[in-house]
Design a protein around this ligand. Structure first.
Ligand code: CO
Length: 210
């Protein structure tokens, strides 16, 4: 069987299995989606959002891009965040990076990768901001892994800086932003313990509270 036909065959076997487990599974999904979580992760094929946190279809709203970034002019990501926060009213946003991220690594290199160098540019700025800590790490893999952590922490802050998130907090909406890093080596997520639930940790210039 040609490879692509195999995917269609896999799909029909999956749908059949789901119906065997719960005859109303698809009917319930059609009726509504009420996920409590928005996942913002890397596009890397080794970090499948739903599987990593054991969630079924309908339980996780997902946005993925190269190196799990939240950029203030990225209407794709911000549209997802706005829909998740204002319409779905998710209670948690999970920013999930991963160790050994090729995007983060590429941002540390001087060779030209093409368009993606522009996309990854903000990670160079994170490196610059933390260059003393990073350059004290002699092992290159460890240095990239630390930059993966710092990138997640930065993206949690970037989310908190959006008008979307701050307006939700002002409405009294229960919304927490978490920063995690997933390890492909052992399948486990590490909580960076940088969860934010209000704008208190943001420098004044980033406040939208008038
Ligand atoms: Co990655």
């Amino acid at each position: 069987m040609p490879k692509i036909r195999q995917l269609i065959a896999n799909n029909s076997a999956w749908a059949k299995r789901m119906l065997e487990q719960d005859p109303d599974f698809f009917n319930n999904l059609v009726a509504q989606q009420t996920p409590e979580y928005l996942w913002i992760g890397c596009s890397d094929s080794r970090v499948p959002a739903n599987q990593v946190v054991g969630m079924a279809p309908g339980e996780l709203f997902v946005h993925r891009n190269v190196a799990n970034q939240v950029i203030q002019t990225d209407f794709n990501c911000l549209s997802v965040v706005q829909y998740a926060v204002e319409t779905l009213k998710v209670k948690h946003i999970l920013v999930v990076g991963h160790y050994g991220c090729g995007g983060v690594r590429a941002a540390t290199e001087s060779c030209c990768h093409g368009l993606v160098d522009h996309w990854l540019f903000p990670i160079k700025d994170i490196y610059r901001e933390h260059h003393k800590e990073l350059e004290a790490i002699t092992d290159e893999k460890d240095r990239i892994d630390r930059l993966c952590e710092l990138n997640v922490i930065e993206q949690v802050g970037n989310l908190a800086k959006t008008t979307i998130v701050q307006q939700a907090w002002d409405r009294g909406q229960d919304l927490a932003i978490h920063g995690w890093v997933y390890s492909i080596e052992d399948g486990l997520v590490r909580d960076m313990e940088v969860t934010v639930r209000d704008r208190a940790s943001l420098e004044r210039i980033y406040h939208f509270d008038d």
